[in-house]
Ligand binder design. Sequence first.
Ligand code: AHR
Length: 323
Amino acid sequence: MKSKLFLSIISLLLVASIIGCAQAAPASTKSAKLVVGFAQIGQESGWRDAETASIQFYAGQNLDTIDLKFADAQQQQQNQIKALKSFIEMGVDVIGLAPVVETGWDAVFAEAKEAKIPIILVDRMAKVDESLYATFIGSDFILEGNNAAIEMSRLIGGSGNVVELEGTVGASAANDRKTGFHDELAKNHTGITILASQTGDFTRAKGKEVMESFLKTYEGQINGVYAHNDDMALGAIEAIKEAGLKPGVDIKIVSVDGVRGIFEAMAAGEANVTVECNPLLGPQFFDAAAKLKAGQTVDKWIKSDEGVYRSETAAADLPNRKY
Ligand code: AHR
């Protein structure tokens, strides 16, 4: 009788421990590392390469604690959506996304929310309900546009004609830099006319191509170029030189980003102002991701600290530039 009771207790304990193991299994398969999926836009600019390097470098320095899954979308939203879906499928802890355009994210963000995977928007915003993402890490693009307008007005003495090289159509960086520039001119610099605005897709090659056509259409009328990024400004500088004019002198150049190439152009007197936009977001990104994995809350907008740089100090600034 005693031995029967003993056997039943043993078998009950065994069953309980098997059930316990089965329930514990998912937790033990979950990586102790911070597993992050990052969907990058592509490689359209020096700025973007610097951002990618910042994220990959940080992960590479912390291989014992971070597992980074990186996808390059080659500037296609559908590739970014595919990447997000595969990150959800993998069950990563956090998703990072630099959205190529602002709209069209609701469905895939809702899938991530359903899977309890927080999304961090990096450098560009998405037009979705606030509940669908955890935080936005990046710049105030409207302010960048305002600052560019103030600088352009100073450079051309408050009146004259400007052409605008816009970023990728539908990107928050392009939309807001345009709004910020146009609003500031309309409010406080009414002597300035924007002759034309056209996208150069944030690339040097397209910036040059569009500038060539502006120079033909508005021959002798352009006083300034406002480019939504430095790469397009560098392309425009080439076009202006090929047209036999002096960039930075005959036509003033104001752009956004602060990459090394524009500082070199400013030091050579071929560009005038760059409004900084910081791409070195790796440390902030992984810090926020770790907090989210730990169930902590983070600010809805983690803003970057940025300056405005002029040609007068470019040679001295150059050695301190990190990208
Ligand atoms: O989203 C930030 C913008 O994207 C940068 O200004 C530009 O250079 C990049 O490609």
